[in-house]
Design a protein around this ligand. Structure first.
Ligand code: CP
Length: 338
């Protein structure tokens, strides 16, 4: 049964293990389309309202790409200044209006709770593409999907794994959502590495604790020799009261090939939700890791398209008929060799 048909996707709290399994099974079936081996027109005529009121590259474009790959059309609103929100229009009114133009909406907004507020006025399903420091549920799903595939490659699995989360754990919505999803599994060890001012919120620690997982809170990146996953994050400067405040923490936890070789096992998977801050004073994930086979950051990006395709197929109730609308790819594509 498809529990997502016609539903909003606002928080990872909506998911249980069965729901995640269902999303991942549909995502697996999306790979031939993402790799341009075939096309589908299953969403021919459907319109995605892609509303991004905060900066984004991956989430915005991959939502659009995922919808296009299913045969649908995308209408973009990017930036607060070009929206009537800047004239004082409420999220409710904006939702009433924009949902009349679309069959489904994907939305990002800088305020926690804003996407849920928008959804109350929407006449169509709304998918949260990130609301302030609160949640980023589709990122958490693609991260979990990536973790599962990467560990499978090494002959391991999620239960029993050791994950290190590094950086700005206070403002990083991706680590909040991912931690909550991981709490659905058993016997995970978390090492939470951040300056104490940027520590993981107590509510997330409580969820980890209540689920019976082990956790360590530290300011040191050493001692991770048995980490299966190192999930690095950016200092979320847009959530700080001033640039000067953010600058205090910039570059504090850098990962490069030398640190990786000295402190991690050779199979530790390196993840980052991206964007990584590659400016010299930050450089949290050095370019010298680019050829490290365990750098999974661009596989995360690829998996994001599969997950978002799966969510569109499920919320619009076409998950069982995607293949019925297949057609051939006419152009040459390197992606077909993937
Ligand atoms: N991971 C992520 O949310 O990236 P963007 O900010 O580019 O969408």
């Amino acid at each position: 049964m498809n529990q997502f048909r016609g539903q909003h996707i606002l928080s990872v709290n909506q998911f249980d293990r069965d729901a995640i399994r269902q999303i991942f099974q549909v995502a697996d079936r999306m790979a031939p389309y993402a790799h341009r081996k075939k096309r589908t027109r299953v969403l021919d005529g459907a319109i995605l309202g892609n509303l991004f009121f905060e900066a984004s590259t991956r989430t915005r474009v991959s939502f659009g790409t995922a919808f296009n790959l299913l045969g649908g059309e995308v209408r973009e609103t990017a930036g607060m200044a070009t929206s009537a929100l800047s004239k004082g229009e409420s999220l409710y009114d904006t939702a009433r209006v924009l949902s009349s133009y679309s069959d489904i909406v994907a939305m990002r907004h800088p305020d926690a709770g804003s996407v849920a507020e928008f959804a109350q006025g929407s006449r169509v399903p709304v998918i949260n593409g990130g609301d302030g420091a609160n949640e980023h549920p589709t990122q958490a799903l693609l991260d979990l999907y990536t973790i599962s595939k990467e560990l499978q490659f090494h002959g391991d699995n999620i239960e029993g794994m050791h994950i290190a989360m590094v950086g700005d754990l206070k403002h990083g919505r991706t680590v909040h959502s991912l931690s909550k999803l991981l709490s659905l599994y058993k016997n995970i060890r978390f090492t939470l590495i951040s300056p104490k001012e940027l520590a993981m919120p107590d509510s997330i620690i409580d969820a980890i604790d209540k689920a019976g997982h082990r956790y360590t809170i530290t300011e040191q990146i050493e001692g991770l020799v048995d980490a299966d996953i190192c999930y690095q994050t950016r200092i979320q400067e847009e959530r700080f009261p001033s640039q000067a405040e953010a600058n205090k923490y910039r570059g504090k936890f850098r990962l490069n090939q030398d640190i990786y070789t000295r402190h991690f096992q050779s199979k530790t998977v390196i993840m980052h939700p991206l964007p990584r801050d590659s400016r010299a004073d930050a450089n949290e994930l050095d370019n010298d890791l680019n050829l490290n086979p365990n750098l999974a950051i661009f596989r995360q990006v690829d998996n994001g398209v599969l997950i978002r395709m799966a969510l569109f197929a499920l919320t619009l109730g076409v998950e069982d008929i995607v293949e019925k609308y297949d057609c051939e790819v006419q152009w040459y594509s390197n992606k077909q060799n993937i």
